[in-house]
Design a protein around this ligand. Structure first.
Ligand SMILES: Cc1ncc(COP(=O)(O)O)c(C=O)c1O
Length: 364
C-alpha cells in the first residue's frame, strides 16, 4: 500500500491471492481427476470477485460460479470472453436473453426456468440442478423424471447437486443424497456431474464425480470443522487504535454501560465496528492481538468503534495509529466466527466497504 494510504487507513484487510490459488491447487489435487471450479459469488465471499477470479483464471481455473445475473454480467465484463461463468440462481422470468447475451450458463433449478430457456431457443449450454434432499433449489426427483426428455434435448453441460451436511462426514444425509444423485444422473446419461462443494471434497472420491466447486475453502475457511484446517489462511484484518485511556475500577465502558471494570486497566478504542462487518455479537466476547498478546474486547461493539482491554500489551506497542490484529495468525476467520456465534462464511461476506484492501499477488 502506498504510504499515504497506509497512514489514512482506519482498518486494513489484507487478501492473499497466492493463498487462494494455493488452496485451489490443494483442492484440485484432492479431487483429481475431477476438475476444480471456483465459487466466487457474493463478491468472492467478500474478498473481491474480480481480483479472486482473475488470479484463479490465470492459474488455470476455467469455470466460475456466481449467484445472480448481475454478478455474472460484472464478472464477464471483468474476465473477458474466455472462462465459463455459471449462475446458481438461474434466470428470473424474462431474463434468459440477457444470460445468452453475456454468455452466462444458467443453472436450471425449476420447471419455469427450463420453459424460459427453451423459449430463448439458444444453443448455449445450461447446467441442470437436481435437488437430492436439501430442498432449497433444484428439480425434485419427480420433476427430473418428468422433464428428462426435454432436458436431454438441451444437451446440458453438467448436472449438479448440493449436499446439506457435507461438513458432518458421519451424517447419514450424505449417503442418501449421493444415492439420489446417482439416480438423478440416470436420467441424463453421458452428462458430466458435480456434487461436492468445499466440505464435500473431503468426504472422499465417491463424492467427486467430474467437477467439484469449492467456495469457502478457497478463502481459508475450514472445510473440516472439528479437525485441523487443511487450507492456507487468506485474510488478515487489522484496525488502528484511535485513543488510549487508563481507567479505574468501577468505571463502565461503552453503550449501555454494559461492561464495568473489575480492576483498573488500559483501554484502547479501535476504528472498527459493526458497519465494517465486525459483528455486534462480538460484544463482550471478541478479542484482538497486539504483538502476540491477546487483548479482550470490552462492552458493546458500536457502529464504527470497538474497545479493547490492552492492559496485557507491551506499552511500547500502544499509541494512536498502532494496529490491533483482529484476524490473523493468532485468531483465524473461523475463530472470530465462533466468538461471534456464526460461521466463517458470514464473517467474510459481511466485510464492509471502508477497509483499505491490500491484495498480495501470487508468485509468478
Ligand atoms: C450450490 C452451491 N454450490 C457450491 C457452493 C460453495 O459452497 P462452499 O462455500 O461450502 O464451498 C455453494 C455455496 O453456498 C452453493 O450454494
Amino acid at each position: 500500500m502506498p504510504s499515504g494510504l497506509a497512514s489514512r487507513a482506519s482498518a486494513v484487510l489484507e487478501i492473499d491471492l497466492g493463498a487462494i490459488v494455493g488452496n485451489s491447487r490443494l483442492l484440485s489435487e484432492k479431487a483429481a481427476p475431477a476438475v476444480c471450479a471456483a465459487v466466487v459469488k457474493a463478491d468472492g465471499y467478500g474478498l473481491g470477485a474480480t481480483r479472486v477470479a482473475a488470479a484463479l483464471h490465470h492459474a488455470g481455473c476455467r469455470r466460475f460460479y456466481i449467484a445472480t445475473l448481475d454478478e455474472g454480467i460484472a464478472l464477464r465484463t471483468a474476465l473477458g470472453p474466455a472462462p465459463e461463468i455459471a449462475v446458481f440462481n438461474g434466470p428470473l422470468p424474462g431474463t434468459s436473453g440477457e444470460f445468452a447475451a453475456a454468455r452466462l450458463i444458467p443453472v436450471l433449478n425449476e420447471p419455469g426456468q427450463i420453459d424460459g430457456w427453451e423459449r430463448a431457443a439458444t444453443a448455449a449450454p445450461a447446467i441442470v440442478h437436481a435437488d437430492t434432499g436439501l430442498n432449497r433449489l433444484g428439480l425434485s426427483p419427480a420433476e427430473l423424471a418428468a422433464l428428462a426428455p426435454r432436458l436431454r434435448a438441451l444437451t446440458p453441460r453438467l448436472m449438479i447437486g448440493h449436499l446439506a451436511c457435507a461438513d458432518e462426514p458421519e451424517h447419514g444425509h450424505n449417503t442418501l443424497q449421493r444415492e439420489r444423485f446417482l439416480t438423478a444422473r440416470g436420467h441424463l446419461p453421458g452428462v458430466a456431474a458435480g456434487l461436492a462443494a468445499s466440505s464435500g471434497i473431503f468426504l472422499g472420491p465417491q463424492y467427486h464425480f467430474d467437477e467439484v466447486r469449492p467456495g469457502a475453502a478457497l478463502y481459508g475457511v475450514n472445510p473440516c470443522p472439528g479437525r485441523p484446517n487443511p487450507m492456507r489462511p487468506v485474510v488478515r484484518l487489522t484496525a488502528k487504535i484511535l485513543q488510549l485511556r487508563q481507567i479505574d475500577s468501577g468505571e463502565s465502558v461503552g453503550y449501555g454501560a454494559a461492561h464495568v471494570m473489575g480492576e483498573p486497566g488500559m483501554l484502547a478504542t479501535a476504528a472498527i465496528g459493526y458497519a465494517d462487518g465486525w459483528p455486534r455479537s462480538l460484544s463482550h466476547r471478541g478479542c484482538g492481538w497486539i504483538a502476540g498478546k491477546r487483548v479482550p474486547l470490552l462492552g458493546r461493539v458500536s457502529m464504527d468503534l470497538a474497545t479493547f482491554d490492552v492492559s496485557a500489551a507491551e506499552p511500547a506497542a500502544l499509541y494512536p495509529g498502532s494496529a490491533i490484529e483482529l484476524i490473523g495468525e493468532h485468531h483465524g476467520v473461523d475463530d472470530v466466527a465462533r466468538d461471534a456465534g456464526t460461521i466463517g462464511y458470514e464473517i467474510l461476506t459481511s466485510f464492509g466497504s471502508r477497509f483499505h484492501r491490500v491484495y498480495r499477488e501470487p508468485a509468478t
